[in-house]
Design a protein around this ligand. Structure first.
Ligand code: MN3
Length: 249
């Protein structure tokens, strides 16, 4: 699995799952991917990095299978299709697409966002349960929220009270401050032309019903609570370091 290893520059995790010269789109069905594999951007579904049942009982196997292969896979296929239909975003990285997309670019906005958001989501979950925030990220959380518990409360409350489908985020802004925000649908804080508070997402929770409904039905708060126990803070710390680097901080 290649999705997780990327190192280095801006938002490194995603380098591995974009513009693959030889895209090896394994799963997730769908035409579109092979259509333009020669030189244009072709995005691929990153491997999950752990077994579908690895997050049980917090997140069940069937939810993970459907969510990764069909939902995320669908966003990837539709993103590739949208990119072949429009010349505006050719040859951009996924992060560049996020930064350039406008509200009216519906297909790119929804499916590019879907691809970015889910790629982040899988990576920041850890089968054996959460590690604690540590190092520079720990210090920054204390600095900007006063206490880890304050961050947790704000993040969970945002996720719980977001109306309809969307995401709650922990992000870094260009001043180097951490903040919690929510976005509807598949928007994310990288979409600076669209969102109110822009930044680089470090951690995101998917509160679309497809993320939890099989197991939790309408009990979104229970899913959120369980999610908090799965966060891979080591990966979130890496995202923080990458985000600082991307702002030249
Ligand atoms: Mn989802």
């Amino acid at each position: 699995m290649t999705g997780i290893v990327g190192a280095g520059l801006i938002i490194s995790p995603f380098l591995a799952c974009e513009t693959a010269p030889e895209s090896k789109d394994g799963e997730a069905s769908s035409e579109g991917n092979e259509a333009s594999s020669s030189e244009k951007n072709v995005f691929t579904l990153p491997a999950l990095g752990y077994a579908f049942d690895a997050l049980e009982p917090a997140i069940d196997k069937m939810t993970m299978e459907i969510h990764h292969d069909l939902h995320h896979g669908g966003y990837v296929a539709k993103l590739n299709k949208a990119l072949t239909d429009s010349s505006a975003f050719q040859d951009m990285t996924l992060v560049e697409i996020m930064a350039s997309v406008n509200a009216e670019d519906t297909a790119i906005r929804n499916n590019g966002g879907g691809h970015y958001n889910h790629s982040l989501y899988w990576r920041t979950l850890k089968p054996e349960g959460a590690l604690e925030p540590s190092g520079a990220l720990y210090d920054a959380l204390i600095r900007d929220f006063g206490a880890i518990e304050n961050f947790q409360r704000s993040f969970q409350e945002s996720a719980k009270t977001l109306f309809g489908s969307g995401w709650a985020w922990l992000s870094l802004n260009e001043q180097g401050q951490l903040f919690v925000s929510t976005t509807p649908n598949q928007d994310n804080p990288l979409m600076k032309n669209i969102v109110e508070k822009s930044g680089v997402p470090l951690l995101g929770i998917d509160v679309w019903e497809h993320a939890y409904y099989l197991n939790y039905q309408n009990l979104r708060a229970d899913y959120i609570k369980q999610f908090m126990g799965l966060i891979n803070w080591k990966v979130v710390s890496e995202n923080y370091a990458s985000a600082l680097h991307s702002f030249g901080l």
